[in-house]
Design a protein around this ligand. Structure first.
Ligand code: HEC
Length: 205
């Protein structure tokens, strides 16, 4: 009985929390003007250290923007993105996320030298060190991610950026991964495995 009342109140609370924010695509397009210097108009950055954000799941984009907004108190501090997000409202974040999620990500390529090593790790993991496969269950057969779960696509993303994020998960400077899942995986990976899988998945599609 008590439990039932608790659940009911929780659902009502969650319902109202989402109800006052309706993402507005056109407002998001307008607000994205401040992002283009680094991420480009359609979210397909051409600079390897700035991620492509086109076509990423809305849920993932919202989570990342809210985390950047927390600044040094959060699990993903980065000075550029803290500067860009600290004054954003939840409505701004929802609008921006819906806009960038509606864009199409451009594809990448994999250099021959990374193909075999990268594919082996991406599809099979490393049973000796306990690294699980990246796909299909979490990041997809083709690196397309898992939008309902909020797991980002990796296909098309800049290899240098993916490798940098894996290193940050590995040393714990990025800690906004649910249940520490990425920190646990990345700390088992060697530098070489990080390079191989980042380069492989970038060209996978
Ligand atoms: C001065 C350059 C710059 C500007 C302007 C900028 N960003 Fe970024 N953005 C970055 C960098 C650098 C990162 C990578 C941060 C990291 O390493 O954690 C990033 C990361 C992100 C990510 C995380 C992507 C992922 O794969 O996890 C999102 C989402 C994002 N930016 C959205 C935005 C939005 C929305 C705006 C405009 C309001 C914006 N950015 C403006 C430089 C910029």
């Amino acid at each position: 009985m008590v439990r039932k009342i608790l659940w009911t109140s929780l659902c009502i609370l969650m319902g109202t929390a989402g109800a006052d924010i309706t993402p507005d695509l056109n407002a998001g397009r307008k607000k994205s003007e401040t992002c283009v210097a680094c991420h480009n108009t359609d979210g397909n950055s051409t600079v390897p250290t700035w991620p492509k954000i086109a076509g990423q799941p809305e849920k993932y984009l919202i989570e990342q923007l809210k985390e950047f907004r927390k600044g040094e108190k959060g699990g993903r501090f980065e000075a550029n993105m803290y500067g860009m997000t600290h004054a954003l409202s939840d409505q701004d974040i929802a609008d921006l996320a819906t806009y960038f999620a509606s864009q199409k990500e451009t594809s990448g390529t994999t250099k021959q030298e990374w193909l075999e090593r990268g594919e082996k790790l991406y599809r099979g993991g490393n049973s000796k060190t306990g690294v699980p496969a990246c796909g299909p269950s979490c990041h997809g057969m083709r690196g397309e991610g898992n939008p309902p779960a909020g797991f980002p696509p990796l296909s098309g993303q800049h290899p240098d950026y993916i490798a940098e994020q894996l290193k940050r998960f590995k040393d714990g400077t990025r800690s906004n991964d649910p249940n520490g899942i990425m920190r646990d995986i990345a700390k088992r990976m060697t530098e070489e495995e990080i390079q191989a899988v980042s380069n492989y998945v970038s060209g996978l599609h």
